[in-house]
Design a binder for this molecule. Structure first.
Ligand SMILES: NC(=O)c1ccc[n+]([C@@H]2O[C@H](COP(=O)([O-])OP(=O)(O)OC[C@H]3O[C@@H](n4cnc5c(N)ncnc54)[C@H](OP(=O)(O)O)[C@@H]3O)[C@@H](O)[C@H]2O)c1
Length: 240
């Protein structure tokens, strides 16, 4: 943490997150920085730290003034309920993969009821996972090319990417789209300049497939068969 603050030239972070509810063996920054998932080579070595251990350490960062707020990412309902039993400081935010192929209505509702702000990552769905050679990301229709999204975009005189971002913000989520292009950054920033109707929001939510691209099992690099008839699939390959 202190090395991260020094790298940024900051005294404290506004918000610091547990990236995944999966603890891996500590890598000293002098050995490798950032540590990544693998301990050495391709080997992923789990740590014995529980989520409670990690959360207590996160609370210590707030107590020491190193972070103003702390949050979680990639947690599902059961883990959140468990964490809320022992947390002295409640998570300010929950960051999740969220796009029309993975709507996560119940999780978003739970967070709202618990007063935890939700941040969406991968708002464009498969777009940011193609570079990891994920078959599911390459084989599914890109969200920006889905008819429903295109028709709504045309009606409002906006781009499909702006419709995808507005759909998320109108559902009450914060967004953190990533781009290397100035014109896309500008377009993303301007995505709150119009409103979708309730019906349009429902139509876009109707694209839900429970399709998750980013999960810890991805790093196993072993293909896990699709679960028949559920529409839910496990994507393999390295996560970003
Ligand atoms: N908590 C977690 O586990 C987790 C996991 C993944 C990501 N994240 C975070 O989430 C944030 C978003 O990253 P992401 O990987 O999910 O990427 P993303 O924002 O979903 O998508 C990035 C991709 O979309 C393209 N793009 C961006 N704006 C566009 C626009 N207006 N029109 C067309 N294409 C556009 C980018 O290409 P161009 O560069 O060409 O614009 C890039 O290929 C990052 O801060 C990342 O660190 C968190």
């Amino acid at each position: 943490m202190k090395k991260q603050l020094a790298d940024w030239g900051l005294d404290y972070f506004d918000l610091y997150l547990i990236h995944f509810p999966v603890a891996t063996k500590y890598v000293d920054p002098a050995v490798r920085y950032p540590p990544g998932w693998q301990y050495e080579g391709d080997e992923i070595i789990p740590s014995k730290a529980t989520i409670q251990d990690t959360w207590t350490a996160m609370e210590g960062l707030v107590e020491k003034g190193l972070s103003k707020s702390i949050g979680i990412s990639n947690f599902q309902a059961q883990l959140i309920y468990d964490l809320l039993r022992y947390a002295k400081i409640r998570p300010a935010t929950l960051q999740i993969e969220h796009h029309p192929y993975l709507v996560q209505q119940e999780l978003v509702r739970l967070a709202k009821n618990e007063g935890i702000a939700v941040t969406a990552y991968s708002s464009f769905g498969p777009a940011s996972f193609k570079e990891f050679n994920m078959d599911h990301a390459s084989n599914i229709t890109p969200l920006m090319e889905v008819d429903v999204v295109g028709e709504i975009a045309k009606k409002h005189g906006k781009s499909p990417s702006q419709v995808l971002l507005r759909w998320a913000t109108q559902r009450g989520l914060a967004i953190i789209p990533k781009s290397t292009r100035v014109e896309n950054m500008k377009s993303n920033l301007e995505s709150a300049s119009f409103d979708l109707t309730e019906e349009e929001i429902k139509k876009i939510s109707g694209l839900d497939k429970g399709l998750r691209f980013n999960q810890p099992s991805n790093v196993s690099l072993h293909e896990i068969p699709a679960v028949a008839n559920t529409g839910y699939r496990t994507i393999t390959n390295n996560s970003p």
